[in-house]
Design a protein around this ligand. Structure first.
Ligand code: AVJ
Length: 400
């Protein structure tokens, strides 16, 4: 194999100091990602900080030492991350925790599950025997990815909302690369660390790929994407990620996503199907306790980031299917009467025995729910693919 010694060098769209940093040569030196952290002098008027990783070739093994400010040999831009997370990332958490613990009943927002540990716990959930969703969707994409991408014509740009580790995305990327020579992939994810590591792995796997990533919440990402134009687009919203939205939020989200698409573009929407209570409750209350850890990690995160003193053993995880509303409801329940201090919020919170914090809803769909959602947001429901046990659906929504 002809291995060109290459490096990734990084420039920033805004001014900041570039600290020489560690290189990553996990694949034996084929490519290196020079990492750095931002200095203090980036443009205060921009809460967005865009990092651009530029591909050099033929620069030798120890690329960091040879990095130039004005590189002559830029061949193509392979990877950029636009960081849409606000400059003070704790401000959102602090305010939302204050509000959530002051309301009656108490509640948190599911986006706060996904700090670095939470993102990894979620990856572990996806491997659990009870959590059939990931395996079912994998089965569908393994079997039908070629059929799915064949439904859309022209050279395709791929967007993914909530890409996480992007492992299922690979099946779509590979199907697309059987159909076209190169591909622009635009992932949007709340976790910059997940984006960073998944992008590196994807770029190493597929030389035909370029990645333009957005770290931020879905609506911030969509607002940015609306400012740019692109070719025929396939958007992915996989893993039943839509399930955290209440019905009105799902409409709002699909509407905002529709705004960045054009007629002829499509959205592949993964949605978990309504089914028996036992299967659903087991999927959200696994025997190993990983989902419990994922849920309680929010308390641990408040301890870490906001100086809380939650005693984790004083709380337990609960998952209940609310059939009437078609959703699994997830709670943290206080085992006893207790008070908790959160120093960064200057706040004392009282819990009664049995009192619950509502942390998440996971909505379940049937195919008519999906058709209705599509019809109300500028899409029609195209083909739907199911796994062999008919637990999960992959729905192609066509922008009209
Ligand atoms: C990431 C929202 C799809 O609802 O199944 C998994 C999150 N929570 N186990 C889901 C989750 C607990 C998951 N989604």
């Amino acid at each position: 194999m002809n291995r060109v010694a290459s490096v990734f060098a990084i420039t920033a769209v805004h001014t900041f100091e570039c600290h020489r940093a560690s290189s990553n040569a996990s694949n034996g030196g084929e490519s290196r990602l020079i990492r750095y952290h931002t200095g203090t002098q980036y443009d205060e008027n921009h809460s967005q900080l865009a990092l651009r990783v530029i591909w050099f070739s033929g620069m030798g093994e120890h690329g960091g030492a040879q990095m130039r400010t004005q590189p002559a040999e830029i061949t193509e831009v392979k990877f950029s991350i636009h960081n849409l997370v606000t400059r003070e990332p704790r401000a959102g958490l602090a305010e939302d925790v204050r509000r959530g613990l002051s309301s009656q009943p108490k509640r948190f927002l599911p986006k706060y599950f996904y700090d670095e540990l939470g993102s990894q716990l979620f990856e572990a959930i996806c491997l659990l025997p009870e959590y059939y969703l990931t395996r079912a969707e994998n089965e569908i994409l393994t079997r039908y990815a070629d059929d799915i991408v064949a439904e859309i014509d022209g050279k395709i740009t791929l967007i993914e909302m909530g890409s996480g580790s992007a492992s299922k995305t690979r099946l779509i990327i590979e199907a697309l690369l059987r159909q076209q020579r190169e591909l622009l992939f635009i992932p949007v994810d709340i976790s910059a660390s997940a984006l960073d590591s998944s992008s590196r792995i994807l770029l190493q796997s597929y030389p035909q790929l370029s990645i333009d990533a957005y770290a931020g919440d879905y609506f911030a990402g969509l607002a940015e994407l609306e400012k740019t134009t692109r070719a025929r687009t396939l958007a992915l919203f996989l893993g039943s990620n839509i399930s955290n939205f209440d019905p009105d939020e799902a409409l709002k989200f699909l509407h905002a996503l529709r705004q960045v698409l054009h007629a002829g573009d499509a959205l592949l929407l993964g949605a978990d199907l309504k089914k028996d209570r036992q299967t659903l409750e087991a999927a959200y209350n696994d025997a190993l306790g990983v989902t419990a850890a994922f849920n309680l990690n929010v308390l641990a995160r408040i301890n870490r980031e906001l100086g809380g003193n939650f005693e984790l053993r004083g709380f337990r995880h609960l998952a209940l299917y609310n059939e009437e509303r078609g959703r699994v409801e997830i709670y943290i329940e206080s085992i006893r009467d207790q008070s908790v201090l959160i120093s960064a919020l200057d706040m004392k919170v009282d819990f009664a025995e049995g009192e619950q914090i509502h942390t998440e809803n996971s909505y379940k769909y049937d195919l008519s729910d999906i058709a209705n959602l599509a019809a109300e947001t500028g899409f029609t429901r195209g083909r739907t693919w199911l796994d062999s046990e008919e637990r999960f659906s992959s729905n192609l929504l066509l922008a009209v």
